[in-house]
Design a protein around this ligand. Structure first.
Ligand code: C2O
Ligand code: CU
Ligand code: CU
Length: 532
């Protein structure tokens, strides 16, 4: 079994017709067509927008004092609207990329790191050659050309490095940023814009006394995932926002490797969401708190109207249970003092100006067609995504990632709409044989929450079921899931079974699905669909 990427092998996949005979179940011709590295623009693709993105080592201020050594994305607009790229000043995060539905986008990605990398546009529905599949990772000094049309509707997405077995460390060091997409439907709504429409990128880091990033060492820490003690909002600790007494849109993105946030106001004011993952919701959703797992986004409607100058509100991640294995996974401890599920402050909001005008929360946002069993062609035979954790090896469907393999159930016909069941499979088997998973009680003890992300087109969550002994813990999170909109990442709590419906339209090729706990992803908790 070949779980380590071998770059000769990668080139083999991309360029060699001979190599294709060794591809196992991957349909040979199709792979040859879809997998060539794009290092030059396509002549017939007339881009409306062209940008250049560079990744390189840099020193940026995170805390006051010494600068932090990071890996950073820089970007500039070569063609098209100037606000396509907006820098977050003095920030280790990549600039915000702002697109409009229908735009044709060409991106020249120049890797200037001393290691290989590739960018994935998490949330955008783009062709395989522009999705940042790890087989397209380029070495330092090389350039990769992305070309796609923005098919997405209005919403918030997230771009980040997706280099095989280096995603966790590269994202940790700074290779991430946010993407916004707008469309006419959104433009016709009276939503907060400009200075009232702000990012809220949530990350946790550990910085040493010299302000340098510390990562986890060792396998135990990786199995639990990285948990840092310093909470960064938009790349900075101790976040404070001065706000006016009116409504704001905050685009919350969980850009952490493993930390799951339970977003809530300290004073008990409910949270209001107007969008999830890539899209506006059909109607705003009000919840006591909102769960946000790595890779997920939620567009928040934070309304300070009616507040007085001097009022201060605290947004926290509230206490919850159940995301980690009982007893910390038989003695496995996280690398940090700030545990998963422990309460902490995210940001303070100070009302500094009274204004009389504020947009009202719209009753209806975007039109969403709800997918049901009638839309799928596999009503009684859902595609499985079985989560299992062998000691030291989190897996999907009983396999670790292999770049050149897809199983039968991972092959999907272009244009089809599929039902997919995501569930925990500790102690059972994914390959049809009992006892093969090294599960049993041991498996149960390792059971933890996993944010499962599927590349390509977004899906809808149609049902959630919880079974087994973790019910009480589930009570502390269950009101925080927003399943009424489109999603590309879904948090699966221990004991939970989630059914989703996902269309596989527009593009053929290889599209990943994986755990967005980035340590798990890099440990091989990733597979791919082959759409043909
Ligand atoms: Cu945000 Cu495949 O990842
Ligand atoms: Cu993605
Ligand atoms: Cu996981």
């Amino acid at each position: 079994m070949n779980t380590k990427i071998n770059y000769n092998r990668r080139n083999f996949l991309q360029h060699s017709a001979l190599g294709l005979t060794a591809l196992g179940v991957l349909p040979k011709l199709a792979l040859a067509k879809t997998s060539s590295l794009k290092s030059k623009p396509t002549a017939g693709f007339n881009a409306d927008v062209e940008i250049e993105i560079t990744s390189r080592d840099a020193y940026m201020p995170i805390k006051s004092g010494r600068k932090t050594k990071v890996q950073k994305y820089y970007a500039k607009v070569l063609k098209g609207p100037k606000n396509t790229v907006v820098e977050l000043e003095d920030n280790y995060l990549g600039p915000t990329l702002n697109y409009k539905q229908g735009q044709k986008v060409r991106i020249y990605y120049k890797n200037r790191l001393s290691e290989s990398s590739v960018i994935h546009w998490h949330g955008l529905h783009v062709p395989q050659h522009s999705d940042g599949h790890p087989m397209y990772a380029i070495n330092g000094g090389e350039t990769l050309v992305y070309e796609f049309e923005v098919l997405n509707r209005a919403g918030t997405s997230f771009y980040h490095s997706h280099s095989h077995e280096k995603t966790a460390t590269q994202v940790y060091k700074g290779l991430a940023g946010i993407i916004t997409v707008t469309d006419d439907e959104e433009q016709n709504l009276d939503l907060p814009r400009g200075e009232y429409d702000l990012p809220l990128v949530l990350q946790d880091r550990n910085l040493d006394s010299q302000n340098q990033l510390q990562y986890i060492h060792g396998m135990h820490g990786k199995m639990m995932g990285f948990l840092g003690e310093t909470i960064l909002v938009n790349g900075k600790p101790n976040a404070e926002f001065s706000v006016k007494s009116r409504a704001y849109r905050f685009r919350a993105v969980n850009g952490s490797n493993s930390r799951i946030y339970k977003l809530g106001w300290d004073d008990g004011t409910p949270m209001v969401a107007i969008g999830t993952d890539g899209n506006l919701l059909d109607t705003p959703q009000t919840r006591p708190y909102i769960m946000l797992a790595p890779g997920e986004r939620v567009d928040l409607w934070l309304d300070f109207s009616g507040r007085s100058v001097g009022d201060e509100l605290t947004l926290s991640s509230l206490d919850y249970q159940g995301a980690m294995p009982p007893n910390g996974g038989m003695g496995m401890m996280s690398s940090s003092g700030l545990k998963q599920g422990e309460k902490f402050t995210i940001a303070r909001f100070k009302v500094t100006k009274k204004v009389n005008q504020s947009p009202a929360l719209p009753k209806e946002l975007a039109k969403i067609k709800r997918l049901t069993n009638r839309d799928v062609d596999n009503k009684n035979k859902a595609i499985p995504i079985a989560i299992s954790m062998k000691p030291m090896r989190p897996q999907l469907n009983g396999y670790s990632y292999e770049m050149d393999r897809v199983e039968d159930f991972e092959q999907v016909k272009l244009g089809s709409i599929k039902k997919i069941k995501i569930f925990h499979d500790h102690g059972k088997m994914a390959k049809g044989k009992k006892g093969m998973m090294g599960g049993g009680m041991g498996g149960m003890m390792l059971s933890m929450a996993h944010p499962i992300h599927l590349h390509g087109q977004q899906f809808q969550v149609v049902s959630r079921k919880i079974e087994g002994m973790r019910q009480e813990e589930y009570e502390t999170v269950k009101e925080g899931f927003i399943d009424t909109g489109w999603k590309d990442t879904v948090l699966v709590m221990p004991g939970e079974e989630i059914t989703i419906i996902k269309p596989f339209q527009d593009f053929k090729g290889l599209f990943l699905y994986h755990c967005h706990n980035l340590e798990h992803e890099d440990l091989g908790m990733m597979r791919q669909f082959y759409i043909s």
